[in-house]
Design a protein around this ligand. Structure first.
Ligand code: F6R
Length: 254
């Protein structure tokens, strides 16, 4: 596991975007695993800039998002479909048919989850998976206690996560109680993982995830099992780390 500590959120985001762009340049039909939330917004912003200014081409890229709420219409401004469209997809030349986001409104959610796994496989697996981390250590919506071998499935959201995400809704009562999420086992099959965290609110979770024991109580600690993980954090999120980490990766673009 490679850990890099950047001074600012912008530097963290630029490095993540550079690594993703390197993969897309080398493999135009790269399969990107994408996250929502505040953390990757800077990465998407930089990738959009690269598309507009440097002509980074997403025309063959395939995407799979980590998760979606159950029961929110796709055009609800809190759905992850809406988030991805507004914050990334509509600004780049990704083809709509290549975009995959779990369907939280499927009639048969279990079947839709199984199909999602099959689709990932049919596209040859995920080349690079971007992850944020919850303040409780979750990745995607794999809350503490999730099996490290879990696959895409329906989950009940942790109360802490509902409270964290209530900032985006009118009240906590409006935050959905269920979601569909890739499992930890699904995530660990990506060929590369980039775990991002910024801000003091993530310091405890990052310490537990990368310096603590691997445990289902801290789902993000499962990335320690993966052979190619790049963790990029800003200074505030690194504040509780005990080991020393560099500010640059060994090799810049992989
Ligand atoms: C979202 C996701 C979540 C977030 C996490 C952090 O697709 O998978 O695990 O990455 O909740 O959210 P932010 O970035 O808003 O702090």
């Amino acid at each position: 596991m490679e850990v890099v500590v950047k001074g600012t959120y912008e530097e963290m985001s630029c490095l993540a975007a550079q690594v993703v762009a390197g993969i897309v340049c080398r493999k135009p039909r790269a399969v990107l695993g994408l996250a929502t939330g505040s953390t990757p917004l800077g990465t998407y912003k930089e990738l959009i800039r690269m598309h507009k200014v440097e002509k980074l081409d997403f025309s063959q890229v395939v995407t799979f998002n980590l998760d979606e709420y159950v029961g929110l219409p796709e055009d609800n401004d809190q759905s992850y479909h809406y988030f991805m469209r507004e914050n990334f997809f509509k600004h780049i030349n990704v083809v709509r048919a290549n975009i995959h986001i779990p369907d939280g409104n499927a009639e048969d959610l279990e079947e839709a989850c199984a199909m999602y796994e099959i689709e990932i496989e049919e596209f040859g697996g995920i080349d690079v998976q971007i992850l944020g981390i919850g303040s409780n250590g979750h990745i995607a919506f794999n809350e503490p206690g999730s099996s490290l071998g879990s696959r895409t499935r329906i989950k009940t959201l942790d109360e802490r996560t509902r409270r964290d995400n209530a900032r985006f809704f009118k009240s906590i009562a409006e935050v959905p109680k269920y979601c569909v999420t890739m499992g930890i086992g699904t995530i660990l099959e990506a060929r590369k993982i980039i775990l991002l965290a910024n801000g003091a609110g993530k310091a405890e979770a990052i310490k537990a995830a990368i310096e603590g024991p691997i445990s289902a109580s801290v789902p993000a600690s499962a990335v320690q099992l993966h052979p190619d993980v790049l963790v990029i954090v800003d200074k505030a999120a690194a504040a509780r780390l005990e080991r020393e980490y560099p500010s640059e990766p060994h090799r810049l673009v992989r």
